[in-house]
Design a protein around this ligand. Structure first.
Ligand code: AHG
Ligand code: MN
Ligand code: MN
Length: 348
């Protein structure tokens, strides 16, 4: 037995797969006239993700748990780690010369790039820390982002107009999950790829290439505490989905309350996640630009579907024209067959 232990140990860097940066660079090389700016922006985001993940993993020690006592622009209590994550992302990206403006869940107005830094051709929008209600209980949380090309002409500052672009114009989107292991999942429109952080080396290595969502799953994910506030169609869908009928088994309910965690599971295992409108939140709770759209882009890339349930066809999330930075939208997202089932009940 002792001999076995002697041979255990890392085999060196060749044991690991491609790094995130190498992967993005290879994807960008396929695009004619690519300048490398997108690769640069990914490096800045992944640096921020590593800093946030390190802080998240020692949150209990570093005295960053708990509320700050302030509320964010959504009127929600802000926790210290939300602010920290927001600042880390802004600082890592603003000096890189890759973006002209940013948008964040935690900041009321578009975030301008300081005068002293060059402005780039991209627009970055993010939810710096999603699922902040989970921080204090050591459950999974995450970061969500999307990248658009600037539409303001020239090389100067960007504006609100650059932020208010529909999801179908997304150039790249992704999320980071801070969980039992930390993963960075992204797409530039050439499939969805997942990378796992090796904490000893401090790099994200390719672990999930070309992720595809199953056509159908066996779980539904929704805050059923809102049941009595939902429209009748949503209630009928939930009543139906948890009932066995002939061959069809009742679905399992899984709900963590952090969309990064709930959607990471849904992407890997299939099924459906929903945050419908309700009597209190007429447009639902989730934000279009930095929660629903990035995930809609990723799920479509993985063979899934993301709709708001507003039309017979579903109401594709990526086709919504945003009018406000912090706009909310109802969301039904997941395996194509499961979302089709939802629409039989909720579509008008
Ligand atoms: P955030 O922590 O960024 O405000 O987001 C929380 C969101 C989302 O992650 C999650 O799916 C949803 O809120 C949960 O809401 P309920 O507590 O209303 O179910
Ligand atoms: Mn969020
Ligand atoms: Mn958040």
């Amino acid at each position: 037995m002792a001999e076995q232990h002697l041979s255990v140990g890392p085999e060196g860097p060749s044991f690991h797969g491609k790094t995130l940066e190498q992967h993005v660079l290879a994807a960008q090389r396929k695009i004619p006239h690519a300048t490398g700016d997108l690769t640069g922006l990914f490096s800045q985001i992944s640096l921020a993700a590593k800093i946030i993940s390190s802080q998240v993993s020692k949150a209990g020690l570093a005295n960053v748990l708990g509320y700050t006592g302030e509320t964010n622009v959504q009127g929600e209590e802000v926790k210290k780690l939300d602010i920290f994550a927001n600042e880390v992302l802004v600082r890592c990206v603003q000096q890189g010369g890759t973006v002209c403006v940013m948008g964040s869940e935690e900041v009321a107005e578009p975030i301008a790039i300081p005068m002293k830094y060059p402005k780039g051709k991209y627009v970055l929008q993010f939810d710096p820390l999603d699922g902040s209600g989970n921080i204090d209980i050591n459950a999974s949380i995450g970061t969500i982002f999307s990248i658009h090309r600037r539409i303001t002409p020239g090389e100067g500052a960007g504006s609100l107009k650059d932020c208010l672009q529909p999801g179908r114009e997304i150039v790249a989107a992704g999320y980071v999950i801070y969980g039992s292991s930390n993963m960075f999942v992204y797409s530039t429109g050439q499939g969805v790829h997942g990378f796992t952080l090796d904490p000893a080396i401090g790099e994200f290595f390719l672990s999930h290439e070309n992720m595809k969502i199953p056509a159908r799953g066996d779980t539904y994910s929704v805050n059923e505490g809102n049941y009595h506030k939902w429209a009748p169609g949503v209630r009928e869908w939930v009543d139906w989905v948890k009932r066995s009928e002939g061959e069809r088994k009742a679905y399992r309910l899984r709900y963590i309350g952090a969309m990064v965690a709930d959607l990471h599971r849904t992407l890997l295992r299939g099924g459906v996640f929903a945050y419908p409108a309700d009597a209190k939140n007429e447009s639902g709770k989730l934000r279009l630009l930095y929660e629903a759209s990035p995930f809609a882009f990723l799920f479509e890339q993985a063979g899934g579907v993301a709709v708001d349930g507003s039309t017979q066809e579903g109401g594709r999330i990526l086709d919504i024209e945003p009018t406000k930075l912090h706009q909310r939208t109802p969301l039904f997202i997941g395996s194509p067959d499961d979302v089709a089932d939802v629409l039989r009940f909720v579509a008008p």
